[in-house]
Design a protein around this ligand. Sequence first.
Ligand code: MIG
Length: 775
Amino acid sequence: MLPVGSLLDYDFAAGTLTLRTAGAQLSLRFLAPDLLRITLLPEGRQMRPSVAVLPRQWDDVQVRLDEGEEALRLATPAMTVEVGRDPVRLRFYDRDGRLLAGEASLAWGEGAVAWEQAAPPEVRYYGFGQKPGFLDRRGRAMTHWATDESLHTPDHDVLYQAIPFHIAMQGSRAHGLFVDSTARVRYDVAKERADRLRILADDDYLDAYLFAGPAIKDVLVRYTELTGRMELPPLWALGYHQCRYTYFPEARVREVAAELRRREIPCDAVWLDIDYMDGYRVFTWDRERFPDPKQMVADLREQGFRTVTIVDPGVKVDARYPVFREGVAGNHFICHADGELCIDNVWPGRSAFPDFTRAATRRWWGDLHREFVNDLGIAGIWNDMNEPAVFNERKTLPPTAVQGEDGARVGHDRVHNAYGLLMAQATHEGLRRLQPDRRPFLLTRSGYAGIQRYAAVWMGDNHSWWEHLLTTVPILLGMGLSGVPFVGTDIGGFQGDCDGELFARWVQLGAFLPFCRNHAAMGTVDQEPWAFGPEVEEIARRYIQLRYRLLPFLYNEFYKSSQTGLPVMRPLLLEYPDDPETANLSDQFLLGEDLLVCPVYQPGATARMVYLPAGEWVDFWTGARHRGPARIVAEAPLERMPLYVRAGAILPMGPVRQWTDQPAPAELTLQVYAGADGALDLYEDEGEGYAYRDGGYAITPVRLSGTRLRIGAPEGGYRPTRDRLVVRFFAPGRVVVAERDGRPVTFRTAADGAAEVVLTEGTTDACELSFRVEG
Ligand code: MIG
């Protein structure tokens, strides 16, 4: 490795400061006042187009260059970068002149580049995509190399997702760094040397983005402006999903679906794993197991279910198989440098692998979904094995395989981490073309920075272990802090046998995860909600029903996330960055800003400790009030997962439905938690399609001040119907009188302490409810 040496010369033109050093060029360019792109390009090397960064025109940034004797300083109103002349070193300062972490230096070598930066003891490190362990990754070494790895134990950090982005925090001030490399990237986060952050990419150049914050939310908003945000998913995708490796034949699928309905366990989708295919040939059906997929899908739809099918990237080498033949003819498969197809074993046996770095291949692949989507009515696609996973010792393709557009081929190891993202892009864009009026739903196992644009992500093969129930929360919080909001883990655990208590606790947590799917491996015990007897079934039913009641709230949070890039599932750190107790708190989390979810993750536990940050918190189940900051012991018998609502919150809820578009009376419930002033702008739309992009949505403003609630009329091009509007008012005392627009209305006091007012007329008119409270 050669450290970047002294500055030879530089120029500053069109907003870019270009610095020449012996053997390499360093460019610094502000894309926004708080976003600096840093590129180190050694001589004679080529940059690849980014797969993560959205092509867009950034507004001109007002930049000032100060040419000092020791250092150059490039400044915007939001940050300053100081470039030492000899040697070239970088120091970043925020708008108040405070140093971000410490001095950074760059180096390069044969097929490698490095970023090294001081890591003072007070700096904490978050994000890094899918990594096991707790929230703050200080003291950890981690590698980004998309891998099919099911252990998810602390010593196995190399998992399916590779997102070389992190957020560093000093107290409540944050900055971020994204190293845009799809090659292997290794992080040493103050492990080998307690005062150093070292990032090593096995790549030809370094292309990094520094985010100056200063708030953690600022970093995430910018990062997702750079790499894109989740599109609003179809509403049904937020429902409960029933999966298993693997439901076949057709009769079994129908039986599971029928049981869900008979037992009134809400569910929106049943999933088909690899055994629906003919010899694992993608885009085919095993006609013995599934003689008439179209009829089956239609019958399921009739009962309210969507059908989702798995699609793997490996294409069986089989001269009579059209997908293989077309792939060869169209030059779509990855080859070795000598032009031979790169063939290796995966589920279908000897297989070829599409080169999704090629635009024509992405298009071809997207179009391959035509029959499934347009003829058979398949509603969603599940991309698995897209690290890509291969059954060999290396677990993936060899570095000798080459990828890329003609004239720009590189070894597979340079673009390895982009495989899942580009496959998801191909699928997402295909679904958009094939069904322009539907929002695509896609689940992926592998991904790279920006994967949130195309797919929901699950964490792959966890185990039915309490340890993996515990690790679910920090792993998913880390994904959210890496720009990916639509995430979940296999409820009940994939490998190994689940048991009733573990399942009950997992489904309680799962009901509050952005993506909510039960899945289990072949050869393990049954894991459907009724598999563990009536007590656990009842718990599963109640929590899944609660998820459906909370859908207006969840959907609203998804909408906000699609607008801001902030996660749906949040560490307390994000909302309470000034509170040191939140710095590494990951066994409880917030949904949005208001709902505190506290899973139980130990067998036999009937209580758990809960940390309540500043403010007042209301027990969701009992209405009891607590003042934070405080640690409390929450009762948690098997049927209860502790849940708290922030005073000032207004939770929009709906009725229980068995599936999201089940015809049912339209009822909106507002659970109002008085005790602090609050606001809700409730987003609603059709839950499908793109009319919302042309104004086809409604926002209902609701304001709480003291014990007065003002509900505005819905605004916008979509007209929600409300047969009933229910206000459930949780007051810090006993409600004695309720009034609507100054006139008394009747209310009843419910078991959880809420004063409940039911309106059946003028339900979308503006109105004001006020409550007189005693004691
Ligand atoms: O080699 O399709 O993570 O969810 O059930 C295993 C079979 C392949 C791995 C996925 C899992 C899925 C399984 N797949």
